[in-house]
Ligand binder design. Structure first.
Ligand SMILES: Nc1nc2c(ncn2[C@@H]2O[C@H](COP(=O)(O)OP(=O)(O)OP(=O)(O)O)[C@@H](O)[C@H]2O)c(=O)[nH]1
Ligand SMILES: [Mg+2]
Length: 386
């Protein structure tokens, strides 16, 4: 680079000289007005200008021979040093940015591989019993829990439990004078409604020392009344039989001094919509006083859950009970029931013993049914277990 100083009292003239001597490519590096020759306020005298101009001889700034610079070499040296430092700083920043980008790129492809691996593995095992609407939520949860690492079976269990609504049983309590809490037990044939009712009644009587009344509306099946009567005499609680909505209303009124009343209903196939409608008619006079619980078997198939819930939804159940977990080897319909009903699970039943074989539901317990390959400390009996 060639650097030269020019002085004169006309910038135009100096520019002309620079172009002549250094050529059209010359650049002005610095312009200084010489105050000794007359400041802005010095009338009459023309100001003197000192202009430093430079022209590139070689592209490499480092090869500049400053010793040959005719003027103000120190100032120019400083100027070049700053430029060089800035350039090096810039180059350093670009290098760091490049490295960071490569790192992010790397991380993204690892994440992608891992998510793909999670999805692939899951389709074989973890997702088989999960309703398709729940799968994206479950994958989102598992990614959060495992932080992109290979999820363990416990991670899967935790991720699923985080999605399951339960209400951990009913808080049975003494009536405060406003009449009993009334629970209707409903559900398809043979799922264990009457046995579950007996288990809950036993909890109230033996566990909470509550005053319990039983009413059965199952007058269709031979021996249904006797079955409940037997439990009532074992527990020492009153039982009545209602043949119509009017009788049911009267009997419930007669139980005004009870703490808790359980109403049993006949089992009806989910395809028997007429039969389910009759149960609704039977209950219609009590609709604002009752809490209807829907019992369904743990081994319900995904395809059947849809029919079951849409048929029984006319009874407007408030919560679910999962029965006969001990007979289930595969629970692939539970998340379908949860997805359709948006209701919490209150209890799980895992045997015929009254009152032992009933458990308050928890997300972990329900998740253990759906992912039986995960070993947890707390679990209910499953089909095939001794
Ligand atoms: N293995 C197993 N059997 C159960 C369970 N709950 C009930 N049972 C049995 O299932 C059979 C039917 O039980 P119920 O309580 O009569 O069923 P339900 O739903 O009232 O039947 P219907 O009134 O005829 O619709 C009986 O033999 C019960 O002992 C359970 O959790 N596990
Ligand atoms: Mg029954």
């Amino acid at each position: 680079m060639k650097v030269k100083k020019y002085t004169g009292n006309s910038l135009d003239k100096i520019r002309g000289v620079i172009v002549k001597e250094l050529g059209e490519d010359a650049v002005i590096v610095n312009i200084r007005k010489n105050s000794a020759a007359g400041g802005l306020l010095s009338m009459g005298k023309k100001p003197m200008f000192e202009v430093i101009a430079a022209v590139e001889e070689s592209a490499d700034a480092d090869s500049l021979d400053l010793s040959k610079a005719p003027v103000n070499a120190e100032a120019f040296d400083e100027f070049l040093k700053i430029q060089r430092d800035q350039y090096r700083g810039l180059r350093q920043s670009i290098k760091m940015l490049d490295e960071k980008l490569a790192e992010v790129d790397d991380r993204m492809s690892t994440m992608h591989i891992k998510t793909a691996a999670v999805t692939a593995a899951a389709t074989q095992k973890e997702l088989t019993n999960i309703h398709e609407n729940w799968r994206p939520l479950l994958l989102e949860n598992i990614n959060k829990i495992s932080g992109g690492n290979d999820p363990t079976e416990e991670d899967w269990h935790e991720a699923l439990a985080g999605l399951i609504p339960t209400a951990g049983g009913i808080l049975f309590r003494k009536s405060s004078g406003g009449g009993p809490d009334v629970y209707v037990i409903s559900g398809p044939t043979g799922v264990g409604k009457t046995t579950t009712l007996a288990k809950l009644a036993a909890k109230c009587v033996l566990g909470e020392r509550l005053n319990v009344g039983l009413i059965t509306t199952d007058t269709y099946r031979v021996a249904a009344v006797d079955q409940l009567r037997e439990y009532s005499s074992l527990l020492g609680v009153e039982i009545t039989v209602a043949f119509s909505a009017e009788e049911l209303e009267i009997q419930l009124r007669n139980f005004h001094d009870k703490d808790v009343v359980f109403i049993d209903t006949p089992g009806r196939s989910p395809y028997d919509t007429e039969g389910i409608k009759q149960i609704k008619t039977m209950l219609h006079k009590l609709s604002d006083k009752i809490c209807t619980l829907l019992v369904f078997p743990a081994n319900i198939r995904q395809e059947d859950a849809d029919t079951l819930f849409s048929s029984y939804s006319v009874l407007t159940p408030s919560a679910l009970i999962v029965s006969k977990t001990d007979e289930a080897t595969r629970c692939d319909g539970i998340t379908t029931m949860l997805d359709l009903s948006r209701l919490p699970i209150l209890y799980l039943t895992d045997g015929q013993r009254v009152p032992e074989d009933i458990h308050s539901a928890s997300p972990g317990l329900v998740a253990s049914l759906i992912m039986p390959f995960v070993k947890t400390e707390d679990s209910v009996k499953l089909g095939g277990e001794k």
